[in-house]
Write a protein that binds this ligand. Sequence first.
Ligand SMILES: [Zn+2]
Length: 160
Amino acid sequence: MTYSYCPECGTELQTIIREGRERPACPAEDCEFVHFDNPTPVVAAIVERDDRVILIQNEGWPDDWYGLVSGFLESGETPEDGMLREIEEEIHLEAELQSLVGVYAFEQMNQLLVVYHARVDAEPTVGDELADLIEVPIDEVEPWAYGTGPALAEWLAERR
Ligand SMILES: [Zn+2]
């Protein structure tokens, strides 16, 4: 998200140096808006069922792209609650969170990824915002290089 005008008062923003970085800021005398552009938290889960990992494909992704169940937190939600809600929305299952795999920077998307290991014990079905889902045996999962891939790679390395 970038701004040209102050979202508080409508004045055209100028670049200032603040805490060692160039940032768009409002020059109006009685306005203190600075666009810090902090990363957005995203929750993601390695969802396991019977020694397989459930990978999803969002609407609009290329046919050979699959990723972890993931989504943005809603305001007022804990990361755990947000994660369980996303799993329910995307694959229609009540999951049990097993552990926090880790917290990762996804710099290209300006996101902070909070990645969990979760378990389900029933058949997943494709949620409204998804194009497809697959279940891949843990031994055959090939993690990708970006985004949630490094979290999956670390989790697999510990598992195998
Ligand atoms: Zn302003």
